[in-house]
Design a protein around this ligand. Sequence first.
Ligand code: ADP
Ligand code: MG
Length: 619
Amino acid sequence: MTAAPETKPFQAEVQELLDLMIHSLYTHEEIFVRELVSNASDALDKLRHAALTDATLLPEDEELCITLEADEEGRTLTIVDNGIGMSHEDLVSSLGTIARSGTKNFLKELKEKGGENNPELIGQFGVGFYSGFMVASKMEVETMKAGESQGWRWSSEAGGSYTIEEVEGLSRGTRIVLHLKDLDEDSTDYTKDFKLRELVTRYSDFVEYPIRLGEDTLNSMKPIWTRPKSEISEEEHGEFYRHLTKDFMPPLEAIHFKAEGTIEYTALLYLPSAKPMDLFGGGHQEPKSKVSLYVRRVQVSEECEDLLPPWLRFVRGVVEASDLPLNVSREILQSNPHVRAIQKRLTKKVIATLGTLMEKEREKYETFWSAFGATIKEGICSGGNEEDRLAKLSLFHTDTQEGWTTLDAYVARCPADQEKIFYVSGSDRATLAKTPHLEAFKKRGWEVLFLTDPIDEWLVDSLPEYAGKPLVSVHAGNALGESEDEGKTKNEQYAEAFEHLAEHLGAGVKEVRLSSRLTDSPGVLVSESGGPRPHMERMMREMHGQDMPTARILEINPDHPLIQRLLSMDSSEGGRAALDDFADLLYGQVLLAEGSPLPDPSRFSKLLSELMVGASPAN
Ligand code: ADP
Ligand code: MG
């Protein structure tokens, strides 16, 4: 007995997308061919893949292909594939909802900018299956999933709902019938042979399966990476990259080469122009690289993680090798010496390309760095022997430069007496620019790097020096290279008061001493060289939700009027209360200036209020 057809509403986002598609995006309607062909090609990939483990899914003599059927009189265009097909459940989840987060963002952007005025937006974005409704008043999908025996018909006129019913007598795969809208004078006829040929060659030439129209195969089926480099246009790279990644922005750069010799392979890699959503892993997933691996024309892994190190996970592309086994498991790939050799070579190639980009197209490189710099820095920390080359590629902001700078440029600017590379770390550039720690460095004309990426804390540990100069935090007590006993006599004079203050200020401060490093600020907290840095401590706190206080040294500026006041205060038992209040205020102020939280904010604000009342003109 056949069940009655069921009618279901589209998810709200789908309806929204459909409305936009039908009413505002018609200028680029022809891309529906590319989208439906791309889905058919994906379905064939999926079947071929499934058949690797279950050979019964794909009889040996069956050819995988995509067929277009045009009916000029009946005004239908049909796209058929003998791929994986869809079950009832697949139909509901794939053709009734939108799973891709990118689609939601795209919708938002379209609504904000207005689709009508920005037709290029749709040209840039894969809108998928639903794009069929730009040209069709009704779409019917007949499909049967590989390994199943029940077929289904999905149909919709886009009016808020779709219908699913059982169909008998289907064979494996999917058949999509577009009932084309009525032709008016200037609309395009998608049942015309020449139009379909034109669209397939423009958008889908690289599809690996034959796309047939009657007796003819319309696409060359020559994978783009097998063609001579000089013959591939930017547009073709763009289409292929989109096919591969579903990224709607064109790639920033293509890296295409053939390796000959003991291991032969062809690689076509792309640097994206914007940061994808999942760069730092979704949820608890370890970030992995993903490059498609082909062996003698057959895709053996869609997202192979062994062809590039994880810190190059933003690079996407294809590697086709001839000397690997076809049926490879994860373990085999991981330990295969050829795969390792390929990884090494690809890594070098990407690094070299980035070097050239940095030299020749600095602006483009800076765009790249803004999106992926933090990921490249992971490469320095991963101990993969590329530290020096990657450090050379790294860009930084500093206290004296407007834009990005390289370490080489920094070193070239160092005055003769500057033997170290200084850095200060924190969460953002603006706060760092104001930190009092920089005063002494500015006075000497010594530039300071701003480290604002979380990874930077590990970076400085992995990169102890560059061009013979050690990297030193401005927080390190000996950063300025002063001799230990500088100002010792003066410190001795206040020894008792300072000891008391250190004790009073508690766990965060282990010593109070006079400093010559400051000009405008009353005080600053430094750690002994090697001790954890304040930004690192903050991160640890955020990550582990716990305090791990490390005592630092409070250095105070004897030339500052506040400190002169402090030093003149009575430090004997009798004067302690006033001295302690003063010290708490000073300590709080120093913490605020470096962007650290206060240990006791309510006490701080109470003291501050008292001070303000005391200083008010009424008093
Ligand atoms: P995307 O291709 O980006 O996933 P689409 O809107 O193009 O988005 O397609 C949605 C989903 O519908 C696909 O992911 C796939 O699961 C399913 N689908 C579409 N066309 C086919 C087809 N010809 N064969 C099998 N599944 C398909
Ligand atoms: Mg698609």
